[in-house]
Design a protein around this ligand. Structure first.
Ligand code: GLU
Length: 419
């Protein structure tokens, strides 16, 4: 009987964690304490809809571990949100913060909804309602949310405003990151996930001898991470041959003009139909011939059923959890280098950390300062991960990244006396 591939992200992250703990010969107590989030809150948020009816939305906030510092991570608004997904995403945040050496543990929130079906007013009431519902467990020194899939700076602004009201009208921007600049956001935060991802691609390309100015790339997902990644790669001379979004995929072997495509998507709500491109089945995007593949959408995209057909030399996970453990093994056998999510997309939370630091100190940095610091921090995280991979010889970059992270987390667990 063919066994069904594991697609529950919570069980996947547990499996990834166990593999790294065993590889490092850490005491099982480390796995035992990290295999579940410390706290998961379920909330129901009643929202008055524009037609006068009341609709209740379900949301979650998961806080994985606060052993190194307050928990940190985004809030996603998506119809497919589940509690296990939010738990997994909060755990990935812990290991992401660990690789990047940030003084945080992981957190994540999610609301089951389709923001594309909501009016602006409904979205604002939902955002405020969710912020109010999780207010008792968040705060600048407890848990600091940020944007994630289908949330943005405006939603962060509403949530900050609402949280501050619940605290008696204080004005503390440090409760949430990814805010608009005027409300205490950081320069460079909007492009940080993609920028950080590009730094890791550049470093990996150097290691494996890919010349980016002659390379081709395919991007799955054209939201915040995907669209900026496409633009930044194109700036390095990479030819972007195909991109996709939730409505479809497009191809142009001669290379897509990314700036024009971004403008096209803004007015047409999708990349599909972009002049000069050809529409292809969305399922084909991941298996197109290219040098660099950037999954920048959702979990479970590269699986046991399509991994053998992946033709890229380098996969950079701008999304969280796009590759299943079985697919990881197949890609490794094929000699494809995967820069794992917890490293490849850490740039977002790195600049969120800078935003929080700027909020706490009240002193704001220039765009150049942010970029310089981000580059140094990403290159360091990449180098440390690569070094662990070389040292062990038989681990992939994902396990190596977990190991870099676990070294820090284990030290903190020991020093606090939790294990
Ligand atoms: N949602 C982003 C992530 O998955 C950013 C989190 C943050 O900035 O706190 O890494």
């Amino acid at each position: 009987m063919i066994q069904q591939e594991q697609s529950n992200p919570f069980l996947i992250v547990q499996q990834q964690l166990k593999e790294a703990v065993d590889k490092m010969n850490l005491p099982n107590d480390v796995y035992e304490i990290l295999k579940h989030p410390k706290r998961v809150l379920t909330v129901s948020v009643p929202v008055k809809m524009d037609d006068g009816t009341l609709k209740t939305f379900i949301g979650y906030r998961s806080q994985h571990t606060d052993v190194i510092g307050p928990t940190k991570g985004g809030i996603r608004f998506h119809p497919d949100v589940t509690v296990d997904e939010v738990k997994a995403l909060s755990m990935w945040m812990t290991f992401k913060c660990g690789v990047a050496a940030l003084p945080y543990g992981g957190g994540k929130g999610g609301v089951i909804c389709n923001p594309k079906d909501l009016t602006n007013g409904e979205l604002e009431r939902l955002s405020r309602g969710f912020a109010q519902a999780i207010a008792p467990i968040i705060g600048p020194d407890k848990d600091i949310p940020a944007p994630d899939v289908y949330t943005n700076g405006q939603i962060m602004a509403w949530m900050m405003d609402e949280y501050n009201k619940t605290q008696g009208g204080i004005n503390n921007p440090g409760v949430i990151t990814g805010k608009p600049i005027i409300l205490g956001g950081s320069l460079g935060r909007d492009t940080a996930t993609a920028q950080g991802c590009i730094y890791t691609i550049r470093e990996a390309a150097n290691k494996v001898g890919i010349q980016l100015s002659k390379a081709t790339a395919v991007i799955q997902g054209f939201g915040n991470a995907g669209s900026h990644a496409a633009r930044l790669l194109a700036n390095l001379g990479v030819k972007i041959v195909a991109v996709s979004d939730s409505r479809g995929a497009i191809l142009n072997q001669a290379g897509l003009d990314v700036d024009t495509l971004i403008t096209y998507k803004e007015s047409n709500k999708s990349v599909v139909g972009f002049p000069g491109s050809q529409e292809i089945p969305a399922s084909e995007i991941l298996t197109l011939a290219c040098d660099v593949l950037v999954p920048a959408a959702l979990e479970n995209q590269i699986t046991a059923s399509n991994a053998a057909d992946v033709q890229a030399k380098l996969v950079a996970e701008a999304a969280n959890g796009p590759t299943t453990p079985e697919a990881d093994k197949i890609l490794a056998q094929k000699g494809i280098i995967v820069i794992p999510d917890i490293l490849a997309n850490a740039g977002g939370v790195v600049v969120s950390y800078y935003e929080w630091v700027q909020n706490l100190t009240g002193y704001y940095w220039s765009a150049e300062e942010v970029k310089e610091k981000l580059e140094a921090q990403m290159v360091k995280a990449f180098d440390q991960t690569w070094a662990v991979r070389e040292k062990y010889g038989d681990v992939d970059l994902r396990t190596a990244a977990y190991m870099v992270s676990l070294e820090r987390i284990t030290e903190a667990l020991r020093l606090r006396g939790w294990i």
